[in-house]
Design a protein. Structure first.
Lengths: 671, 282
């Protein structure tokens, strides 16, 4: 990915200038909320500076971005204390329109930013609203479109652009406003890997020319870290905890941030882990390239270095690093936990033996009072089937009887053939990822598996049942399907009815319905919400409910369509942990996803599709070990793989694709 | 264009692929493209209103012929135009038959019996009424096609803003809202799939169908409101509504030719109405 070198003098020069934005003691409370997020923060942004804003979810990052151009409080009702000054003018004392010439915004969803019918009209929309003369409108539109490489396509409908293209267009629209500050709120969260690359290439181009200050809220740090000057970090309660250069904040305080629940670049997490294992990585690498170079320069740890010594190299005052817990979900399923509580609570450590009796699992805070602590039972359930992913067992896995068989599946949508003769087996209890570029037929494949789109008869069998001949009711007891947006599949008015629906369809007695529904709600940490309307749940709760409803009929197979798309990392992580648990209990899990690192962390097997054909199906490590194949499929290697691939000095690490497989002090004795 | 222009939603044309696409340049003889959208609406409007009250067959036929002539000269000769022009008389005939069956036989001219089935008779008078109704509707639709086939949604909005002084905040917001339509269509498809997978079928028959559709409304509305809020924020952030007016890059002028078109059309229409008076009302 592009990570242009910044000229450090640009940032230094910027520091001395008058701040473009001055935020003082800012606290924002949304209508209907009790606590303020952000809460009392102060910082400046100077002209030309590139600032990365980090924080765990719920810390108020998006809220802060809306306050910078006055949308809060002018368009979104909220209680604001403290002040935001843009060019010396209080945002409350002026209008959003006036501020739009100082602060331009790019939002997360590219579709929600389109207003007109052609690229040119779209970019001209802002300057037109500012009543600029036609000649100047056109001049601005042209230069903005040229900067993001879309000028040639100016007469086209924005709908015809890819997701990455539309987000580049949104950047062009922001540029055309002529504002000295560009605020981007998770601009790549809704994009596939190729789109993310496109957007970052465009951003890198902007940064290189250095004429705009940029405030970037982003979870995909692997790409961003290369060109930011400064990092501002909000903590769980929305307070400012760090504000400094990348070195000062990300490299020196990585452990602390990670513990807070701030997402670090995968390379950084890997490096923390390797450090504890005794590799001397200083300064801390943050990009794949840096990690690669750092490892080539570092000695391998002497054999027999005990974990205690290794840990001391991380420096003084570091708590037992929590890196492992978050990622190791697959191996030791912790309970369903909302991230915010996970971050503040003592890390749910970790000594293997004590897992059953260990500290009581943190249940989501709101429901804690009446909360269901059924987790212990769950733990014991987990002791049954072996907890996921021992690489050695991969061979034995494949010998297990397949729960899904696909034979020569050809599928049409309208007149277009979207799948051509796909054949594959999926073993019971497996965790399978389906990957491929946009339009490769991933969604079509899993929809055919679950009968969402009926496959031709005899081509797909789930648990011995011919999907092409089965009705929805029978199918739902064999395979559960979770749509990308959980709201789409909610059909009842309470959370209880939502889950009970699947059981009532099977004409079970009322008592049994009640009992099984409550058990499932307990299991997913939703018991306290039984009477709530499903649409009123939080995002993470909705997702859990949708998984629960797919499973309540007893389906041994769970299929999910891009479950992490458009979600922040914390929520994605929570979901994957849940899936890891379910898988450990024996549920076969199949996910479609674009997130390659996520695939490699969780999925035991990977299916690669390209142009409606099966390109490869095999153990995840083997699939991602074959760089050629990944390249041919139009995919990108996950960051860790990119960093470790071809290591000369440490051949033992070169084949590693999962963080959990890296040597680690705490995990030294584990398989 | 069909998605963008409410006037043409009456006809059952498959939506054009891109409602915003620039029209390909047409030769000057295709004069309708060069007219102001308001002129193309203002000219046939009084005629359409009058046609509602007409009861004979000849008057609507005359206006059907007139609008066919204008369309054949005034807009590009495409497969879509041919299909439309062919479909319209067929639709008129179907409506004619339908209405003639529906008409109260005791109140029509019973001199000619066209079909006799047992005790039931289809009289020529009923057929005449049906035919008049069908042709009347066809003529009205054909008149709307003059604007419908030669105007883009954005141009219509620009004309209403520039000539009718409709506040641009309303006009351009409506234009932005057109973007929602295909999005919601897609979303509805997904919701229906999801509900089917959940086994929310609820049985067959019209009542179950109604219940089912109500089930789609909540998720659809939730998505729609959220999307609309986001679009509104994005528009605000780009200074939409900042000033009482905004730069118009595309001017849609109201010129002498527009006046000429309207006057000529009204004159012709008046002549036709005069010839066919009293339009079967007597």
């Amino acid at each position: 990915m592009t990570s242009p070198e910044r000229d450090p003098s640009a940032a230094l020069a910027a520091d001395s200038a008058v701040p473009l934005v001055r935020v003082r003691d800012l606290a924002i409370t949304h209508d209907g909320e009790i606590t303020a997020a952000p809460a009392s923060i102060s910082f400046d942004i100077a002209a030309g500076e590139v600032v990365l804003l980090l924080g765990p979810s719920g810390s108020g990052k998006s809220t802060l971005t809306l306050a910078l151009n006055g949308l809060i409080p002018h368009a979104v009702p909220a209680e604001v204390t403290g002040s935001v000054e843009v060019d010396g003018v209080e945002t409350t004392a002026t209008t959003v329109a006036e501020l739009s010439t100082r602060v331009a915004m790019v939002f997360q969803d590219p579709d929600a930013q389109l207003v007109t019918g052609t690229l040119l009209d779209e970019v001209a929309f802002g300057p037109e609203n500012l009543r600029m003369p036609v000649a100047e409108v056109l001049e601005r539109a042209e230069s903005a479109l040229r900067r993001v490489g879309l000028w040639e396509r100016r007469t086209e409908n924005p709908d015809r652009l890819s997701g990455g293209g539309r987000q580049r267009l949104a950047i062009a629209c922001a540029l055309a406003m002529g504002s000295p500050l560009l605020v981007l709120d998770e601009p790549t969260a809704n994009l596939d890997p190729r789109g993310i690359e496109e957007v970052y290439a465009a951003l890198a181009e902007l940064v290189r020319s250095g004429d705009r200050a940029i405030l970037l809220v982003e979870h995909n740090l692997d790409a961003a870290v290369g060109f930011v000057d400064r990092v501002v970090v909000l903590d769980q309660d929305g307070r400012l905890t760090a504000d400094g250069t990348v070195d000062e904040v990300l490299r020196d305080r990585a452990d602390e941030l990670h513990e807070m629940g701030v997402w670090l670049p995968v390379s950084g997490i890997a490096a923390l882990r390797l450090r504890r294992a005794g590799y001397a990585l200083d300064p801390l690498p943050l990009t794949p390239a840096e990690l690669h170079a750092g490892l080539e320069a570092a000695e391998a740890p002497a054999a027999g270095v005990s974990s205690r010594f290794a840990r001391s190299t991380t420096g003084p005052g570091t708590a037992p690093p929590p890196v492992v817990e978050r990622r190791s979900a697959a191996t030791a399923p912790p309970p369903v936990v909302e991230r915010r509580s996970a971050a503040t609570a003592p890390p749910p450590v970790v000594e293997r033996g004590s897992a059953g009796t260990g500290p009581p699992p943190v249940v989501e805070r709101r429901s804690a009072g009446t909360g269901p602590p059924p987790v212990v039972e769950r733990r014991s359930a987990a002791t049954g089937p072996p907890p996921v992913v021992e690489r050695g067992s991969a061979a034995t896995e494949t010998k297990r009887a397949p729960v899904i068989t696909v034979r020569d599946l050809t599928l049409r949508r309208g007149r277009v053939e979207v799948l051509h003769g796909v054949s594959l087996d999926i073993a019971a209890g497996d965790f399978v990822a389906v990957v491929g570029p946009n339009g490769a037929g991933k969604t079509s494949l899993i929809q055919a598996l679950a009968g969402v789109v009926p496959p031709p008869r005899g081509t797909v069998h789930v648990d011995g049942l011919d999907v092409g001949r089965s009705d929805a009711r029978t199918l739902s007891s064999r395979i559960g399907f979770v749509f990308q947006n959980p709201e789409h599949q909610f059909i009842a008015h309470t959370v209880f009815d939502e889950v009970a629906h699947g059981l009532r369809l099977r004409h079970l007695p009322d008592d049994e319905v009640r009992e099984r529904t409550m058990a499932l709600l307990d299991r997913f940490g939703l018991a306290a919400k039984a009477g709530t309307h499903p649409f009123l749940l939080s995002g993470g709760q909705k997702r859990r409910l949708s998984v629960g409803t797919a499973l309540v009929a007893g389906a041994p197979v769970l299929v999910l369509d891009e479950p992490t798309f458009g979600q922040d990392r914390a929520r994605a992580d929570e979901l994957l942990r849940l899936l890891g648990e379910l898988n450990a209990e024996g549920t076969t899990v199949i996910v479609v996803t674009h997130d390659m690192q996520l695939v490699t962390e969780y999925a035991r097997r990977t299916i690669v599709l390209a142009d409606g054909r099966l390109l490869a199906a095999g153990a995840t490590a083997d699939v991602f070990g074959d760089s050629d194949l990944i390249e041919r499929a139009g995919l990108r290697l996950p960051p860790l793989r990119r960093a470790l691939h071809g290591l000369v000095r440490h051949p033992g690490l070169a084949g590693t694709v999962r963080l959990a497989d890296l040597p680690d002090a705490a995990a030294g004795g584990l398989p | 264009m069909t998605a963008g222009d409410s006037l043409t939603t009456a006809d059952a044309v498959p939506a054009a692929s891109d409602p915003y696409a620039q029209r390909v340049a047409a030769p000057p003889v295709r004069f309708l493209y060069a007219l102001n959208p308001l002129a193309k609406l203002a000219a046939p409007l009084p005629v359409m209103l009058l046609l509602i009250f007409v009861r004979d067959v000849a008057t609507p036929v005359a206006f059907l012929v007139l609008s066919y002539a204008i369309l054949l000269v005034g807009v590009s000769f495409t497969r879509r135009l041919v299909a439309l022009l062919a479909a319209l008389p067929v639709a008129a005939l179907v409506i004619a038959l339908g209405f003639s069956l529906w008409t109260d036989a005791s109140r029509v001219d019973q001199s000619v019996a066209v079909v006799q089935l047992g005790s039931w008779t289809l009289y020529g008078g009923a057929l005449a009424i049906g035919l008049a109704t069908g042709l009347r509707l066809a003529a009205i639709v054909a008149l709307t096609l003059m604007a419908g086939l030669s105007t883009t949604g954005p141009d219509l909005v620009r004309a209403t803003v520039q000539q009718l002084r409709v506040p641009y905040r309303i006009g351009y917001t409506a234009l932005a809202a057109f973007r929602f339509v295909p999005r919601f269509g897609h979303e509805l498809d997904v919701i229906r799939q999801a509900h089917r997978v959940r086994g929310a079928h609820g049985g067959r028959g019209p009542f179950a169908a109604v219940a089912r559709w109500f089930g789609y409304v909540v998720p659809l509305m939730a998505g729609a409101i959220r999307h609309a809020e986001r679009v509104a924020l994005a528009m605000d952030a780009r200074a939409f509504g900042a000033h009482p007016d905004r730069t118009e890059r595309h001017l849609v002028p109201f010129r002498a030719r527009d006046v000429v078109f309207i006057v000529l059309f009204w004159a012709t229409a008046a002549a036709l109405f005069w010839i066919f008076f009293p339009w079967g009302l007597a």
